[in-house]
Design a binder for this molecule. Structure first.
Ligand SMILES: *[C@@H]1O[C@H](CO)[C@@H](O)[C@H](O)[C@H]1NC(C)=O
Ligand SMILES: *[C@@H]1O[C@H](CO)[C@@H](O)[C@H](O)[C@H]1NC(C)=O
Length: 363
């Protein structure tokens, strides 16, 4: 009895040994070992000399899993999906191969069940340490799209720490590369393939995502129609030419870097010297107790955009709004620029998506 059991165990392990393990070799010239793989893996030939047991089936799956993190694996380069209907509804869905993307920025789309005709697009851009998935679940951009029918793109930073590159000359330059160009490529892809209205491409972001929103407004005013900057900095304030991408500019963050409106506007113009159109409408939010991006950045943003729009340097109205918390003031300088200051609020001001949508003309 005991011996029989032992024999059974031996034959079992022999049987197991007869198959190559996951990642083990399973073929190739000169290979005398097993040519079959353990369950759950498939022998895949890489060259005449080497085949390996690769987890899963060798055939690439074409069915996107219904979870939020699974790549959709669009089949091949250059094959555009047939419109927005190719994107699964009401789930966060990754897209790839959407155009020039030098830094391999991750890109996720949220498409509501009912997409409006010629839908608006919102680029919803996360803060440091977050991701597309985190911003998707921590904000109402996706859920409100079910009401208003717009499409949301959630970019995901490729950098460790997941801040955005808002400091390199590449990212601050129209078609200069880096993160900003990757994000814009996805917006252009959405216009070309999903019927997005090119006059209603909006950007909104928090903290590092707010800084990226400023970058997009300055470097891609031809693509972005309006931007909401929640606890960010002026376009170009983080600029550190010659430093590695995604560097931290503490002169800017601490509010030591103070410039004139003319200097700040000149930075915007230098991002895209050939641009002759209208700059995006801007709405900026900042807390007076922000010790990550000091409140001086709010005043720098005001100088920048009032100069770009040729607005007076003092607001034409500055009021508290019934739907905003006490201590918030909404300063309007003209139809294209508003600045909301939140007394006693630190980093960051909570997102007020419904107000952003009103500003975008969606709600
Ligand atoms: C608007 O008014 C509030 C309250 O008086 C003030 O704290 C804030 O600085 C003003 N905003 C601007 C942009 O001037
Ligand atoms: C600020 O005031 C302007 C002008 O009244 C208004 O259009 C806008 O919706 C307000 N913004 C916020 C965030 O309340």
């Amino acid at each position: 009895m005991k011996l029989a059991l032992m024999l059974a165990t031996i034959s079992l392990s022999r049987a197991a040994l007869a198959q190559s393990p996951v990642w083990g070799q399973c073929g190739g010239i000169g290979w005398s070992g097993s040519t079959t793989c353990v369950a759950g893996s498939t022998c895949t030939e890489f060259s005449a000399y080497y085949s390996q047991c690769i987890p899963g089936s060798s055939a690439p799956t074409t069915i996107p899993a219904p979870t939020t993190t699974t790549p959709s694996a669009p089949s091949s380069t250059g094959s555009a999906p047939s419109g927005i209907s190719s994107i699964p509804a009401s789930t966060l869905h990754q897209i790839t191969n959407f155009g020039t993307n030098p830094n391999n920025v991750g890109m996720y789309v949220y498409r509501p069940a009912k997409v409006a005709a010629n839908p608006p697009l919102i680029l919803a851009i996360h803060e440091c340490t977050a991701s597309a998935q985190i911003y998707y679940s921590s904000t109402k951009f996706a859920s409100l799209s079910e009401t208003y029918g717009y499409i949301v793109l959630f970019p995901s930073s490729p950098h460790s720490g997941t801040c955005w590159d808002v400091s390199s000359t590449a990212t601050l330059t129209h078609n200069g590369g880096s993160d900003s160009q990757g994000i814009i490529s996805a917006a252009q892809y959405a216009i070309a393939n999903w019927g997005v209205d090119p006059t209603r491409v909006f950007a909104a972001g928090t903290s590092s995502g707010a800084m990226m929103t400023s970058v997009l407004a300055g470097a891609y005013p031809d693509v972005i129609s309006a931007g909401v900057v929640d606890s960010g900095v002026a376009y170009g304030c983080f600029s550190l030419p010659g430093q590695p991408e995604d560097s931290w500019n503490s002169q800017c963050s601490t509010g030591v870097l103070i410039q004139t409106g003319a200097q700040l506007a000149a930075e915007v113009y230098s991002a895209y010297p050939g641009f002759t159109g209208t700059y995006p409408k801007m709405q900026v939010w900042h807390g007076t107790a922000d010790t990550t991006l000091y409140p001086q950045n709010f005043w720098e943003e005001i100088k920048q955009w009032t100069t770009v729009f040729n607005y007076p340097s003092t607001p034409i109205s500055n009021i508290s709004e019934s739907y905003l918390p006490a201590g918030y003031s909404n300063a309007t300088y003209g139809p294209r620029f508003q600045a909301i200051l939140a007394q006693g609020v630190g980093h960051t001001v909570p997102t007020f998506e419904q107000q952003y949508l009103q500003f975008f003309g969606i709600a």
